[in-house]
Ligand binder design. Structure first.
Ligand SMILES: C[S@@+](CC[C@H](N)C(=O)[O-])C[C@H]1O[C@@H](n2cnc3c(N)ncnc32)[C@H](O)[C@@H]1O
Length: 276
């Protein structure tokens, strides 16, 4: 594995480099159908306005654009200007809706150009917040009366490889250590109902949940990528070193090639509420 990059000043635990950006795109493709299922449940219509908080590589913005069309508006709010600008350029080149990108820390933003929106949405975002209820309160404020607040978050409670796999034990040690060490949430998905209530949004209108059980060979690159992307944060916490990381990568590649192992992915839990 390469040298660890400096950790992010905003406390984001994953690296911000080309490999991590590609991993996010691969992850987005993997969970596209779950996001489409949620978007199709909440009644998006042509001409509506949407905000994607923590929009990252912009794949959800594309799915939103497909639903709101050329008269609709899709705004991404992303703290990482490099990632956001790259996503916006690709979305605008393809067209299909009016795209905007706001580069900002959502927690430091009182408003967003274009607010209030018909839909305020986030995916794999609240799990990175030390104060997810504060983030949801802001999303609520930026939503029109009659509009929808929606979130899709991972829950890591079930993630596992069967049969027991040494490489997965090392993955879990590092992953949980970094998330806990930075006050991040491993149970964000299951906590969405309580967090919507806590933010004053109210009890949910519905949930959509997806989990996959895949041959480890189909998940190994993602797991190695996550480990690598968390490596700098793990080094900072004293949880990792180069030798251990190299051994993990070799062990995971060997287990993937073995053919016996299957991986239970995180659960992606989606929740939404139409607000009054
Ligand atoms: C795990 S990625 C998910 C990206 C995208 N939502 C997806 O599902 O592919 C989380 C994103 O949230 C962004 N982010 C983290 N903290 C943020 C903040 N305070 N304000 C805005 N964006 C933030 C990160 O830079 C990153 O792009």
């Amino acid at each position: 594995m390469g040298e660890p990059h400096a950790t992010n000043p905003d406390g984001y635990v994953h690296s911000r480099d080309a490999e991590e950006y590609q991993r996010l795109r691969n992850q987005g493709a993997m969970w596209q159908s779950a996001t489409e299922a949620l978007l199709d449940r909440i009644g998006l219509k042509p001409g509506m306005s949407c905000l994607d908080v923590g929009s990252g590589p912009g794949q959800v913005m594309r799915l939103l654009a497909d639903r709101v069309g050329p008269d609709g508006t899709v705004t991404g709010l992303e703290i990482d200007g490099q990632l956001g600008a790259h996503a916006l350029a690709g979305l605008k080149a393809e067209g299909g809706a009016n795209f905007q990108l706001v580069q900002a820390d959502m927690l430091a933003s009182d408003t967003v150009p274009g607010a209030p929106f018909d839909l305020t949405y986030c995916r794999l975002f609240l799990m990175h917040m030390q104060e997810p209820i504060a983030a949801l309160e802001k999303m609520h404020t930026w939503t029109k009366p009659g509009g929808v607040v929606a979130a899709q978050e991972f829950d890591f409670g079930a993630i596992a490889v069967e049969p027991i796999c040494h490489a997965m034990t090392e993955f879990n040690r590092l992953f949980e250590g970094v998330f806990r060490g930075h006050g991040r949430n491993l149970r964000a998905g299951r906590q969405l109902p309580a967090q919507f209530e806590g933010a004053g949004i109210g009890s949910l209108d519905g949930t959509v949940t997806e989990i996959k059980y895949l041959p480890l060979r189909d998940m190994a690159a993602m797991l190695i990528g996550v480990y690598q992307g968390l490596f700098a944060s793990a080094v900072e916490l004293g949880l990792a070193d180069r030798a251990r990381a190299d051994a993990f990568k070799a062990d995971m590649a060997e287990a993937a090639a073995d053919g016996r192992y299957y991986c239970l992915t995180p659960v992606l839990i989606g929740a939404w509420k139409r607000v009054s």
